[in-house]
Design a binder for this molecule. Sequence first.
Ligand SMILES: O=C(O)CCC(=O)C(=O)O
Length: 283
Amino acid sequence: MLNNTQITEYHQDGYTACPNFLSSEEVARLLAETERIISGNTLANHDKKRMEMEPDQPQDGAKVRRLYEPCSHYPLFRELSDSEKLLDAVEDLVGPNILFHYSKLNMKPPEIGSVVEWHQDLSYYPLTNRDSLAVLFYLDDADAENGCLQMLPGRHEGDLLAHTSEGYFQGRTTEAVDSSEAVLVEGKAGAAIFMHSMTPHASTTNRSNRSRRTLILSYRAADAFPIYYGEMTSHVETYTRVVRGHRAEMARFTMKEFPVPHYKDRSASLYELQDRSRKGKIR
Ligand SMILES: O=C(O)CCC(=O)C(=O)O
């Protein structure tokens, strides 16, 4: 359960941080399971259905960029996504009927960990209403050097920032973000950050010799339905499940209109999409 200050902060700023949400034992168990899952995978030879590697490393390099959908594939992660403590907190923010939406573990390995450019999550998966969020668990201490999250407080209200150029979705904002407004969300391992799906966020590359592993679980109100059904949506929707309350009989609409993400050629992971966008390949 969140306290009133945290709930108010979430609604005002678009995020709230809860230090020590996970105990050090819980963090250690999640990290041990992560090590087990990634062990033996290399850039040249890895399970492409389950993980994405950092591209800028030798063929025998073992630096993983992201684990796909850990809460659907591995029981220890699934247990966390179903835990009462976590769902109580999510209920405080999106209401009693909750859908698990997706999960990922961003590894941000030492000295290489890829940049994540400014974006709003809802730009990737437009829904009929805005009651959706991500819970970001730091599994390592996170600070400016190893690429902690950065957010623009109070920018979750109002219209979506532009993420499109020449008619195609770029996976990052295409209008300038005033980074002087950005707040660095530093935190110790075990902290949970509850972030609204409209909150602009980003992170730098990892310039340190420490990892910055962050487990991300997304939930939404059960009456928030996809309004754009592209390749990405059809894949992600196969993993959704009601985790509290009941499924919705009605979709709830709170917006008159919302931009849809037209992908050029094919959908891709955030990292790949943003990289192609930087190289001017999405036009
Ligand atoms: O890992 C990060 O720093 C940001 C993650 C993120 O925004 C995402 O994966 O959508």
